[in-house]
Design a protein around this ligand. Sequence first.
Ligand SMILES: N[C@@H](CCC(=O)N[C@@H](CS)C(=O)NCC(=O)O)C(=O)O
Length: 220
Amino acid sequence: MMRLWGRKSSINVQKVLWCLAELGLTEGNDFERIDAGLQFGVNRTPEFLKMNPNGLVPTLEVGGLILWESNTILRYLAKEHDKNQRFPTNMRAQYSSEKWLDWQLGTLWPTLRIAFLGLTRTPAAECDQAAIQKSYEGTSQLLGVLDQVLSEQSNCSGNQFHIGDIALALCASRWILLNKTFPEQTGPRTELKNIDAWLKRLEQETCFNDIAEKELNIVK
Ligand SMILES: N[C@@H](CCC(=O)N[C@@H](CS)C(=O)NCC(=O)O)C(=O)O
């Protein structure tokens, strides 16, 4: 049985849980999940650091193979555990999804992370309001790029759902939730109608709704 370390409130753990759900893999039958990170601790213990020296979640163990980096775990699951071809495997779809996974990790999340950490993890007195607003506006501009792509196709890599959509949709929904929770600090949210429609479709057609956070986990 696979073992996954990570608290459900982590966006990177949510990616893995969503992917497992799409593949029909269930907690208790196909994988065990151990709460770790923030209030649960575990991720700084010597045993955990031996598996993942970064001390971060998610961390996945499968038959002695230890994986960390959520997008790598998505790639692994899609390649090794997709018995029913939930995700397209043709080269074009696969690499179209890959580029968005890298964009999410290297461009989108580093931009949004500043607003997220500032608003949910930093005591009010230490908040850098200008940095938060700049981060939020920057994220809106980046999501505008995705919105444009979604005006021509129904998912990030084409017309079929892929693991790239998992990573992107969780960031986009956190961007929306940050504005709902802290409207004054984020400033107004740009209306991106193709992103709204794509998120709605994902809610209806995938396991997104079972996994995505409905409110922010605020720990200061
Ligand atoms: N690039 C890594 C980032 C992992 C990461 O930053 N995880 C956060 C949670 S989202 C974490 O473990 N934070 C420490 C904690 O929860 O205690 C990935 O995509 O898996």
